[in-house]
Design a protein around this ligand. Structure first.
Ligand code: PLP
Length: 385
């Protein structure tokens, strides 16, 4: 099997598992306990927070551990909106992850917020001036993702943040897909809040972090024993945060070199598919895209049928559309990029794991070409069986 769904999840790296293992076994203490076992757990928590802070170039106290990207997005959006709102207006891009969209929808339905969704161009880019034009005196927060999970387009976050700060509006970015692919220096990005998740970068599922700039007013959304300096209650997932911190640390080593290698292989894949599959359309930005993302629409054929054919040939990937529980709804990302419904429904996303090699890329191109021919011939009735 060739696994090309790294944007969905990644396996836990061996070094990460090794770092976690003691805290899943002998070192099982509760970080709030006063005895030695508890103190050792608390110490591991401090070390993990310092590691994450180093990668983000921020203070350890600015890191809150969460249960992953979804919770971080919920906390960033609802927490800042409910803490000290300048007003009840939020600006987001139209291609945000559901965790951002649904959090904003919750605020709209239950707290009277107005949400402005800023559009994107045909390559999925948010233009900073459109964000600036959407700002109002009562805008409490702006959230634009660092890189899109479906088409991989990377956004000009530093430019957007600079415009926001001129208006004193805080900025959140969902960096779940960008981690391990792009630098995450929060000062250079100019963001006030940033979401991260462990399982996209060789860490465990169910753990992540939210960077919250010191001084940013935030209301907790999970109440209880006051852990995480009162910002996120719940007994700390020590093994999880240790694994997350180790994964983030490993993902930040030689980032430029690794991203360059992966982007080279991705470019081979894109070029091969565009050359060999008639009508294939690359979705997302041609250059400013995640190094491991190659996403396409294959007009005239069913994306789902193509997925099945690819899996029969040992290639595992994902449809670009958000097909939730049997609903065959085309992706809001592609629709907002201006693709017609019937084209958006043919989307396939290939996201490369770091371990991919050139000979596999050739195999993949061959499998895509064969799968496409099989699906297209079924459609035109030329298949005989
Ligand atoms: N944000 C983005 C951009 C994502 O791609 C994902 C996961 O697919 C999430 C948030 C949610 O992260 P998690 O799976 O850790 O809840």
């Amino acid at each position: 099997m060739i696994y090309l769904d790294a944007a969905a999840t990644t396996p836990v790296r061996r070094e990460v598992l090794e770092a976690m293992w003691p805290f899943l076994t002998g070192e099982f203490g509760n970080a709030s306990s006063q005895h030695t076992l508890g103190k050792r757990a608390a110490h591991a928590l401090v070390a993990a927070r310092e590691t994450v802070a180093r990668v983000l170039s921020c203070r350890p106290a600015e890191i809150v551990f969460t249960s992953g990207g979804t919770e971080s997005d919920n906390f960033a959006i609802k927490g800042t909106a409910l803490a000290a709102p300048r007003g009840r207006h939020i600006v987001i891009s139209a291609i945000e992850h559901e965790a951002v969209l649904a959090s904003c929808d919750y605020l709209r339905r239950h707290h009277g917020f107005e949400i402005t969704e800023v559009g994107v161009d045909h390559e999925g880019k948010v233009h900073p001036e459109t964000v600036a034009a959407a700002l109002r005196d009562d805008t409490t927060l702006c959230s634009v993702m660092l890189a899109n999970n479906e088409v991989g387009t990377v956004q000009p976050i530093a430019e957007i943040a600079a415009l926001l700060h001129a208006n004193a509006t805080p900025m959140h970015t969902d960096a779940v897909q960008a981690a391990g692919a792009l630098p995450l220096h929060v000062g250079e990005l100019g963001v006030d809040a940033m979401s991260l998740s462990g399982h996209k970068i060789g860490g465990p599922k169910g753990v992540g972090a939210l960077y919250l700039r010191r001084g940013l007013p935030v209301e907790p959304v999970i109440h209880g024993g006051g852990q995480e300096r009162g910002r996120r209650s719940g007994t700390e997932n020590i093994a999880g945060v240790v694994g997350f911190a180790r994964a983030l640390e490993l993902a930040s080593i030689d980032l430029a070199v690794r991203s360059h290698r992966l982007a080279g292989l991705r470019n081979e894949l894109i070029a091969g598919v565009l050359e060999q599959v008639p009508g294939a359309v690359l979705t997302g930005h041609a250059i400013d895209r995640l190094p491991g993302n190659a996403s396409f629409c294959f007009p005239q054929v069913s994306g789902e049928a193509l997925l099945l054919q690819l899996e029969e040939r040992g290639v595992v990937c994902s449809s670009g559309s958000a097909c939730a529980a049997g609903r065959d709804e085309p992706s809001h990302v592609l629709l907002n990029m201006g693709y017609p419904r019937e084209v958006a429904q043919t989307a396939i996303r290939f996201t490369l794991p770091e371990t991919i090699e050139l000979d596999q890329i050739r195999e993949i191109i061959h499998a895509i070409s064969e799968s496409y021919t099989a699906v297209a011939s079924l459609r035109t009735g030329t298949h005989t069986c």
